[in-house]
Design a protein around this ligand. Structure first.
Ligand code: PMP
Length: 423
């Protein structure tokens, strides 16, 4: 285990230790909750990793090349011409009703039966994460999350001064027994567990999927301990064989808050996501959304709604899946061919990410500048933990580069690892 580096303050660390510059004249003015707000390691990396000579396996940008831009531009023009005065006007914080009905059809693909009134449209599911944390977490409250976990969620938890307790995963996703143990331990320490945050399908960053038989077990453990479940599912329709898994929300509607998004199945730049919540929670979410944004952008919601109504959106998702599968095959083949002995990695059957473990003695964060010099970038593992773990891990994203670039990137990475092992 490594100690947190300078970009990863411990919760509650004084502001000057937590990413605020000592030259900042406003230093004494910030609210104490800003102590947890720091640039994610991944964001810090984007500038170098986006230089054209670097093969970036770091960011998780969706590959939008397969989108039908010509027909989308016609659709957008028609939207302005036919419905412009509605599309360009304020709407309700709850979201456009017709889109909420369509979202129910999308969620039905993963076994969810929901009422459109229980959906709140958000500015990406990131806003859903922020709102759910705002609603439930006081400073010091505990959120249980898989280790590793989504960096944007960890950012929201830190921003509200929640403490994250990680639970273990294996190739079948979250290990139920470790969840039970963690809840019991945290409660025995007198701390309050507010929710389990979980990404059951094609996990970011781990690339694994929660086995179906574990789903009921996890719901049972949470229900038994009175712990809410926050299910984050942006990748669920990106299974490479078209396979889907029953959402946790489909079996326990009263104890699961579900987060969905069009970022990976349509267009991330439109920033349209949603939260499906039990009725009472949904009412609070609408109030929180109102105070955050007044309403999500009407225009973007209507673009998504038209797209769902007029395009073969399931066929489009299939195209995305095929692109990602080709890239997944490229990365797994290259890892097998090039990585030195002692490395291991997960084998995703959907989504964007492979999680790699390197031999003992190599620190992926310390190695990163040398990798960038060798013209390959990855996301080092520590950014995906709230407790400093992950120094022997890295996330490789295969979603964006071409298969040839992916193979070249892995070849370069293997060279860097080999020279680290010689040191
Ligand atoms: N959750 C997970 C697990 C993610 O990977 C992402 C994006 N990378 C998000 C939430 C946020 O997605 P968006 O705000 O674009 O819907």
């Amino acid at each position: 285990m490594t100690a947190p580096g300078p970009l990863e303050p411990r919760p509650g660390a004084p502001a000057h230790q937590a990413g605020h510059s000592n030259l900042d004249p406003h230093l004494d003015r910030y609210a104490s909750r800003t102590a947890g707000m720091t640039a994610s390691e991944i964001r810090a990396l984007f500038a170098v990793a986006s230089r054209p000579e670097v093969v970036s396996l770091a960011g998780g940008m969706p590959n939008l090349a397969a989108l039908p831009l010509d027909s989308l531009s016609t659709q957008v023009a028609e939207l302005v011409a036919e419905d412009g005065l509605v599309a360009l006007q304020y709407g309700s914080a709850h979201g456009v009703p017709v889109l909420r009905e369509q979202i129910c059809e999308v969620m039905a693909l993963e076994g969810i039966s929901a009422h459109p009134d229980d959906i709140v449209v958000t500015v990406g599911s990131q806003m859903g994460l922020d709102m759910v944390t705002r609603l439930f977490c006081d400073p010091g409250d505990v959120v249980i999350a898989e280790g590793p976990s989504y960096v944007g969620a960890l950012g929201s938890f830190a921003a509200y001064q929640a403490q994250v307790v990680h639970v273990a995963m294996d190739d079948d996703g979250l290990v139920p027994a470790t969840l039970d143990e963690a809840i019991i331990r945290v409660k025995s320490e007198g701390r309050r567990v507010k929710f389990l945050y979980t990404i059951p399908n094609f996990h970011n960053p781990a690339g694994v999927t929660l086995a179906v038989r574990r789903r009921a077990e996890i719901l049972e453990i949470c229900a038994r301990h009175g712990v809410l479940v926050v299910e984050d599912n942006p990748y669920g329709l990106l299974g490479f064989d078209g396979q889907t898994y029953p959402a946790l929300r489909s079996t326990d509607p009263d104890n699961v808050v579900y987060l969905g998004s069009f970022s990976k199945t349509f267009a991330s730049g439109l920033r349209v996501g949603w939260v499906l919540a039990p009725h009472a929670v949904r009412e609070k979410l609408v109030l929180a959304a109102e105070s955050a944004t007044l309403c999500p952008p009407t225009f973007n919601q209507l673009v998504v709604s038209r797209y769902l109504a007029t395009h073969d959106w399931k066929g489009q998702i299939k195209k995305f899946r095929e692109n990602y599968r080709e890239r997944r095959d490229a990365i797994l083949g290259a890892l097998e061919q090039h990585l030195p002995p002692g490395c291991s990695w997960t084998r995703p059957d959907g989504g964007f990410y492979v999680w790699v473990t390197v031999p003992e003695g190599i620190d992926t964060k310390a190695m990163l500048p040398r990798a960038v010099t060798a013209r390959v970038a990855y996301a080092s593992g520590t950014g995906f933990y709230a407790d400093g773990l992950g120094s022997r891990q890295m996330r490789l994203s295969y979603c964006y580069p071409t298969p040839e670039r992916i193979r070249e990137g892995v070849r370069r990475l293997a060279g860097v690892l080999e020279s680290e092992m010689d040191l």
